[in-house]
Design a protein around this ligand. Structure first.
Ligand code: ZN
Ligand code: ZN
Ligand code: ZN
Length: 289
């Protein structure tokens, strides 16, 4: 016979909250049934007649709705990052993953985490899995017009399998990232290859930052007052690329902003020589030469 354990109120409460009956708890913890019943009354935990809580029910008893529609996790946490965890029938679960499955009706693919500003939020509407994050990033990529995804990375890995996107929609190779991480730990491995844009357009858009008023600021280098885009070893005027992306044709002569914001790269704010000449003749026609 196992020696009777002196179970604490906390132990008993944990099982009560898991939905076990007084009898079951008294047997499992070797405690007096009346002590269990007393605690149940004291903490106002309803009597159970049949089943203990399901995984999802247990999850629900440990969440609290707070301002902003976030769900705070009241249960156990683990590790230095205080990540919510939930034990159920002697296994450990991620409350965020349960929230994901509740919303999507399928198990998550990859790591589930909250995408809202509330740390470790477990609101089903606020969590996403790796597949969902990649899908959202594909939309960001499409909105920013970063172009089709590459089929191969610079090292020749198949991007249908290893292609991943950053939150800003730029593409990277998941396999290269793994290899780079390994290389950082192992100095005998080849040095890291810098991530590269997969097209001139993508390289341009990654450095062109929209600002207030519909203007676009260049975050890359500027050479002799011209925003410069270096791509695959060649230098390009970012003005010319912005012009071409907007008007669908190569500018004649110099393309320059006419909006009054120096260095602006908004396609519609740029004019090339024929356009400047037209503007000038229009001006003369209205106001006289
Ligand atoms: Zn949230
Ligand atoms: Zn790669
Ligand atoms: Zn502008």
């Amino acid at each position: 016979m196992p020696a009777p354990v002196n179970a604490s109120d906390t132990d008993i409460l944990a099982l009560l909250r898991d939905g076990y009956s007084n009898l079951r708890i008294s047997r499992e913890l070797h405690v007096d049934k009346t002590r269990v019943a007393r605690l149940r009354r004291k903490y106002d935990i309803p009597n159970v007649t049949l089943q203990p809580l399901t995984l999802e029910e247990k999850w629900a008893t440990r969440t609290k709705l707070i301002d902003g529609g976030h769900l705070e996790w009241l249960g156990e946490r683990a590790g230095a990052t205080s990540t919510p965890v939930m034990r159920y029938k002697e296994a450990s679960y991620s409350p965020a993953a349960i929230a994901f499955e509740k919303k999507h009706g399928r198990p998550p693919q990859g790591y589930v985490k909250a995408e809202c500003e509330y740390p470790h939020c477990v609101a089903p509407d606020h969590v996403n899995d790796e597949a969902g994050r990649q899908e959202a990033r594909r939309k960001v990529r499409a909105e920013r017009g970063l172009g089709d995804l590459p089929t191969q990375c610079v090292r020749g890995h198949d991007q249908a399998e290893h292609g991943r996107l950053e939150p800003d929609g730029s593409a990277y190779c998941g396999m290269c990232k793994v290899l780079d991480k390994r290389a950082q730990r192992d100095p005998s491995m080849p040095r890291r290859i810098k991530p590269r844009a997969t097209s001139l357009e993508e390289a341009f858009r990654l450095r062109a930052k929209p600002i207030d008023g519909g203007h676009v600021r260049w975050t890359g280098p500027i050479t002799n007052t011209t925003p410069n885009l270096r791509y695959r070893g060649a230098n390009h005027s970012a003005y010319r690329i912005a012009f071409r992306l907007h008007y669908g044709r190569v500018p004649e002569g110099q393309a320059r902003p006419v909006c009054g914001v120096p260095g602006c790269l908004a396609g519609g704010h740029l004019e090339d020589r024929p356009m400047r000449q037209r503007t000038a003749s229009l001006f003369n026609a209205i106001f006289g030469a």
